[in-house]
Design a binder for this molecule. Structure first.
Ligand code: PBG
Length: 332
């Protein structure tokens, strides 16, 4: 029996194959994460993230210009304060002369057509490395992260970033009610036009390892499981998204990306707002390790991961491959 329907007919011709592609990746959908550290003249490679660097606010400008030249529309900034500025409440995070505010002010002036997103969290700024305020817990030496006291600090930080020039603020802490608290703080200061990109479904993932080294934000005790989501859960992700939307999130995010494509897909089905996905440090570093061994082909593999994240339903992708992907897309 000869096959009656032949799907291969649409795959044979490369022009036709291109025409019937269901999912596309465009440079407009990419957001590049960058680390900015206090100091001057710094451009240091992150050992666990080959090809990624920590910049000081001055050297960052050149980097942002090269990002812009590749037509990447946006970056998300992560701050690394001087070690001695870390304290129990993460005050270096909301300080108006802090490293992120400095970077935002400079970038706003020197690279005016780049969209600046500021990550809002405490873990890079607290001496204990947790994403919130730590209180005495029932177990000696094992504090608990206090939700509502943290909200106030997060709102202060978001406000400082928006005032320093962030176009968008992105809370990544996973405290309950933080989107509402940030929205209120921004609105009170006539910053109602500043959107909130919330890390709505952020999992307690082992894939954040290289980032914590990069941002020097490894928790000093315990883990982040009391605030980040259990990798076993997906219905809970929908609840988190629902809450963030009620509180005023403009864009919601799922994180990590590739191990959580089912979550991206489900969130896409339940909401109409733009959806972002974060291809995190561990996803990047593990692929780079395989590329360096020639076990996986670099360009084809990284583009396949980005396309898969798009196909699952993400509109926007935060990825350390953004510059490379932009170059590949440019070549066509
Ligand atoms: C801060 C934050 C983390 C990441 C983004 N924001 C680390 C964490 O939650 O431990 C991870 C990003 C990555 O791994 O690339 N809370």
């Amino acid at each position: 029996m000869k096959p009656y329907f032949r799907p291969r007919r649409l795959r044979e011709n490369p022009i036709l194959r291109r025409m019937v592609q269901e999912t596309r990746l465009s440079v407009d959908q990419l957001i590049y994460p960058v680390f900015v550290r206090e100091g001057k003249g710094i451009r240091e490679e992150i050992p666990s993230m080959p090809g990624q660097y920590r910049f000081s606010p001055d050297t960052l400008v050149e980097e942002l210009q090269s990002v812009r030249e590749l037509s990447i529309p946006a970056v998300i900034l992560f701050g690394i304060p001087a070690q001695e500025k870390k304290d129990p409440v993460g005050s270096a995070g909301y300080a108006r002369d802090g490293v992120v505010c400095q970077a935002l002010e400079t970038a706003r002036k020197k690279v005016p057509d780049l969209l600046l997103i500021a990550d809002v969290c405490l873990c890079e700024y607290t001496d204990h490395g947790h994403c919130g305020i730590v209180k005495e817990g029932p177990v000696e030496g094992q504090g608990i992260v206090h939700n509502d006291e943290t909200l106030e600090i997060l709102a202060r930080a978001a406000l400082a970033y928006a005032q320093a020039g962030a176009h968008v603020v992105a809370p990544s802490d996973m405290m309950d009610g933080r989107v509402g608290a940030i929205r209120e703080a921004l609105d009170e200061e006539q910053l109602e036009h500043v959107p909130i990109l919330s890390y709505a479904a952020k999992y307690a993932s082992a894939f954040y390892g290289p980032f914590r080294e990069a941002a020097e934000s490894v928790p000093r005790f315990g883990d982040r499981k009391s605030y980040q989501m259990d990798p076993a859960n997906s219905r809970e992700a929908l609840k988190e998204v629902e809450l963030d939307l009620e509180e005023g999130a403009d864009i919601v995010m799922v994180k990590p990306a590739l191990p959580y494509l089912d979550v991206i897909f489900q969130v896409r089905q339940m909401t109409t707002v733009p959806l972002a996905a974060y291809q995190v440090s561990g996803e990047y570093s593990s692929l780079c390790a395989a590329f360096s061994q020639n076990w996986l082909q670099r360009e084809a593999t990284l583009m396949e991961t980005l396309l898969a994240i798009r196909r699952a339903g993400a509109d926007l992708i935060l990825t350390y491959f953004a510059k490379e992907a932009a170059q590949i897309l440019k070549k066509g």
